[in-house]
Design a protein around this ligand. Structure first.
Ligand code: NAP
Length: 321
């Protein structure tokens, strides 16, 4: 037994984020009998919970994003994981008894912990064109699962050419009469299977080599003004009732800037053990700098982070064996 003094209310680990990465880390560490708290913030509006259908998570042929995350959560809770719906505002280095740990300040409380796993994911980017902010909720949307039913029998545009844009365009065809995918290049970034489905879908048309200049409308969206990038000074207007924007992600890492090293796009830099540049701070999932952002890779990162953090905490407590 170690005789190191650690304040009683100190957690071994606080996991920040309630998506697949965070819940996997929470499941592994609580199953290993560690004292763990997961702060899930605004998990209801996260990428996974707003995804209509996931069909590439091995072992689960088809499930909604919300359903899959809820299963992760129930499984983690069954091993005793404590979860609170609080938003983390900042983390600071702070001693807990004899050891250096971290203090986590939420919108509700302040917690002490020996280590932190950051798994805050990423949010959808905005396009930054005139009309976009003005018409949010009046024709501009970043979530087809949430808003597609409002466009039954109507025409909509989808901006972007990645997996999200094409998957959401396909989903929108269940409701809309026509879906125009507006993409800035002449080929899609999305994976081949999604491309094949989109090209085969009669309701989907493409506006290639086109950037959005402006969202048009008065009380609500009435159209999109696009620029044909390969033809000088050529602009067109497409009449639509709704515009769904899926032009990539921004990591939710503002609260940790200055504490850990970030890459040029704001993603957290980790080593292969999910260690960040700050002692006792680990990270996993979509908020880290990496090439493939999928549910399955977030879960893998979460398991690795859990293993690394367990070794770290044992060493800190003088219990390493
Ligand atoms: P993404 O892969 O970064 O694609 C963003 C798309 O938006 C690209 O086509 C990009 O064009 C376009 N874009 C970016 N900025 C733009 C701008 N200012 N104006 C116009 N177009 C712009 O993002 P994502 O589709 O959200 O996917 C994020 C991650 O989640 C990816 O790793 C993806 O594989 C993963 N994901 C996977 C699945 C799945 O497996 N089923 C589903 C959803 C997401 P360019 O192509 O020209 O760069």
């Amino acid at each position: 037994m170690s005789d190191i003094n650690i304040s009683e209310d100190t957690y071994d680990i606080i996991v920040v984020g309630g998506g697949p990465g965070g819940l996997t880390a929470g499941l592994y560490t609580s199953r290993a009998d560690m004292k763990v708290l997961l702060l899930e913030g605004n998990a209801q509006a996260s990428q996974i919970t707003m995804t209509d259908m996931i069909e590439n998570y091995p072992g689960v042929p088809e499930i909604s994003g919300f359903g899959l995350n809820d299963t992760f959560k129930k499984q983690a809770l069954s091993f005793g994981l404590e979860i609170k719906p609080e938003q983390v505002n900042r983390i600071n280095r702070k001693k807990s008894g004899d050891v250096e740990g971290w203090e986590i300040t939420t919108d509700n409380d302040v917690y002490q912990t020996l280590s932190v796993i950051v798994s805050t994911g990423a949010a959808w980017s905005s396009l930054g064109v005139p009309g976009e902010q003005e018409f949010i909720g009046r024709g501009i949307s970043y979530c087809a699962t949430c808003d597609a039913p409002f466009y039954r029998g109507r025409e909509v545009a989808v901006i972007g050419g990645g997996d999200t844009a094409i998957q959401e365009a396909l989903y929108l065809t269940k409701f809309a009469s026509k879906v125009t995918v507006i993409h800035r290049r002449d080929r899609l970034r999305a994976t081949a299977i999604l491309q094949q489905r989109a090209f085969a879908n009669e309701k989907i048309t493409f506006a290639w080599d086109s950037t959005v200049e402006k969202i048009l409308g008065e009380d609500g969206v009435t159209g999109v003004k696009i620029k044909k990038v390969k033809t000088p000074d050529r602009y067109e207007e497409i009449s639509v009732d709704g515009v769904f924007i899926f032009v990539g992600l921004v990591p939710n890492t503002a609260f940790i800037k200055g504490i850990v090293n970030l890459d040029k796009d704001g993603y957290i830099i980790t080593d292969r053990d999910m260690k960040t540049s700050a002692e006792g701070v680990f990270a996993c999932g979509d908020c880290i700098s990496k090439s493939l952002r999928q549910v399955v890779t977030a879960c893998g990162d979460g398991a690795t982070a859990a293993d690394s953090v367990s070794l770290y905490v044992d060493e800190l407590k003088g219990q390493a064996y």
